[in-house]
Design a protein around this ligand. Structure first.
Ligand code: NAP
Length: 521
């Protein structure tokens, strides 16, 4: 494993480390030198232009990040054909060789973490620690998936002989071609996790990154190539979801798929992917993640945790906290403290070391924010925030204020995933009532709880419907999972498999069981 240096995770609260920031500043310079160029897509290692190039602009200030080739249906078909042709040799290679290649890729990610983080910050607007966290998580996801193969000896299990002598064993075998479609908000980690699982398992991969986040996806592709993934094993398909994504989803030769993104697209893929016979569909989708704060909570911990989870990366995490239920007797005190902490958040250019909140991803996100703020103004109260920022350094980007609001609980704002820095609060009387409200959602991704009372904690743990849950966590009420520490996956409308990335049941999903009997007599 490469030297880890100053290791940043999502639980890192601050980094007043001069050396880290010096290296990050260098990373910014390197990443800047990459901007403004044309980038092809890659089919079987061949650079292609698709139907032409599309600009990607930075949400920070509209800088041209680059111009990216827009794949056609023909590009996708060619990539799938090449991936299918390569599947047998890759799948039959000793798993140790695949694991070694993926570990090399992890080390390359770690080595380049500052420039990759800086590029990601420019591309999607993450602050320094959030961007470094995403890059470090990517490397750790690769290592986790590689380690799982090794821990299970490549998933070969000896079985009991019966009758004739011979070999009786059970193996997990790859599906063939695996598709990975990733979202903009963790443009490296949510491409790296699924693709490395598919690769160590022995599948070949067709990869489509989100159009916002495409450059970070391309960097991952380059790292895999440099680490030794054969060019016919991994294909980089930039281009629109409606063309490249749609062709991948509907192609009969794709054996399995991992999609991470919105509920709407994920559910349509879940319903349509399997046609002639069943095929595995791993969809990780949205959230409307609740936190409950009891009157037995440490309010300082609770307000820190909610502030970080509601406003970290502008609420644009699937795990963001967007609803808070607070026991009535501590409601005013909690809201006052949360308001004070929120008003101290520094909004600005996320490349600067003391900025916590950068821009939201695009004008659509600003429009969602403004609709929610208008609803709060009309039917409720804005406790703090509620405005777009347009003056001075904010003029060329998509910046909004971190916002806390009271809105009637039957409003759409309590139900819809907003994906902007906007959190709603409401009082409750009994914990049972609060849990029922928290569970009253189509989603079930993450949830948080603050109480110093063990009986309350147990009641909450045993009745909350979500895949990733946290109690009394200052570093994040609902956010900040890490591979090998908090496996990450959703229940209900947040995930299709009930299994979690970075956990003990993940890699197995990329393989199917084969029971082998070879009689020797
Ligand atoms: P999105 O709009 O659903 O896009 C996700 C990916 O799907 C992108 O690569 C997109 O391509 C592609 N796509 C769009 N339409 C498609 C189609 N018809 N067929 C196939 N692919 C298609 O989501 P996003 O805005 O990038 O990401 C935010 C969402 O992801 C939120 O809902 C968030 O909660 C969720 N998310 C979930 C998790 C989790 O682990 N549960 C983690 C992170 C994010 P284009 O970009 O080219 O449109």
């Amino acid at each position: 494993m490469a030297e880890q240096g100053f290791r940043i995770t999502y639980a890192t609260m601050s980094a007043d480390n001069e050396e880290l920031h010096r290296l990050y500043d260098q990373g910014i310079e390197t990443a800047r030198s990459w901007l403004g160029k044309e980038h092809p897509l890659y089919v079987n290692g061949e650079a292609r232009e698709g139907s032409g190039y599309r600009d990607t602009l930075s949400p920070i200030d509209g800088t041209l990040i680059g111009r990216f080739a827009q794949g056609t249906r023909e590009d996708v078909r060619d990539a799938i054909a090449a991936a299918k042709a390569a599947a047998a040799s890759w799948g039959n290679r000793p798993w140790q060789e695949r694991v070694a290649i993926v570990r090399r890729a992890a080390d390359l990610i770690t080595e380049r973490r500052y420039e990759l983080a800086a590029l990601m910050a420019m591309e999607v607007g993450k602050n320094r620690l959030e961007a470094l966290g995403d890059v470090e998580e990517s490397a750790d996801l690769l290592r986790w998936n590689a380690n799982e193969m090794e821990k299970h000896d490549g998933f070969r299990t000896e079985m009991q002989p019966l009758g004739s002598p011979g070999e009786y064993y059970d193996v997990l075998r790859p599906y063939g071609v695996w598709a990975v479609i990733s979202p903009f908000n963790f443009p490296m980690a949510l491409a790296a996790g699924p693709s490395s699982a598919a690769l160590v398992a022995g599948n070949t991969v067709v990869f489509k990154p989100a159009h916002l986040g495409v450059f970070t996806g391309l960097k991952l592709y380059e790292i895999y190539m440099e680490a030794g993934v054969p060019k016919d094993v991994f294909h980089f398909l930039s281009g629109p979801g409606s063309v490249v994504g749609d062709e991948i989803v509907n192609h009969p030769d794709v054996g399995g798929i991992t999609f991470t993104g919105s509920y709407e697209v994920g559910m349509s893929i879940y319903r349509s992917f399997a046609k002639d016979y069943p095929k595995p569909v791993i969809c990780e989708m949205g959230g409307k993640n609740p936190t409950i704060v009891s009157d037995k909570a440490d309010l300082d911990k609770a307000t820190d945790g909610v502030m970080r989870s509601a406003f970290g990366f502008g609420g644009q995490k699937c795990s963001a906290c967007s609803r808070v239920y607070i026991q009535r007797s501590v409601y005013d005190a909690f809201v006052q403290q949360l308001k004070e902490k929120t008003e101290k958040i520094k909004v600005g250019n996320p490349l600067e070391r003391d900025v916590y909140l950068g821009p939201v991803i695009d004008e659509n996100a600003v429009a969602t924010f403004e609709e929610a703020a208008a609803e709060a103004r009309k039917n409720g109260t804005i406790i703090t925030g509620g405005e777009r920022l347009t003056e001075g350094e904010f003029a060329k980007g998509t910046y909004v204020q971190p916002t806390i609001a009271e809105v009637p609980e039957d409003s759409w704002v309590w139900k819809k995933e907003l994906f902007v820095p906007f959190v709603v609060v409401a009082p409750y009387d009994t914990l049972e009532e609060a849990i029922a409200k928290a569970n009253d959602t189509q989603y079930g991704l993450t949830a948080g709880f603050y109480s110093e009372d063990r009986a309350e904690i147990d009641l909450w743990l045993n009745s909350i419907e979500a895949g990733v849950i946290y109690v009394n966590r200052r570093a994040g009420a609902t956010t900040g999972a890490w591979p090998g520490v908090q496996p990450f996956g959703g229940w209900k409308g947040s995930g299709t498999t009930g299994k979690a990335g970075g956990g003990p049941y993940y890699v197995q999903q990329y393989m199917r069981e084969q029971s082998r009997t070879v009689i020797e007599e």
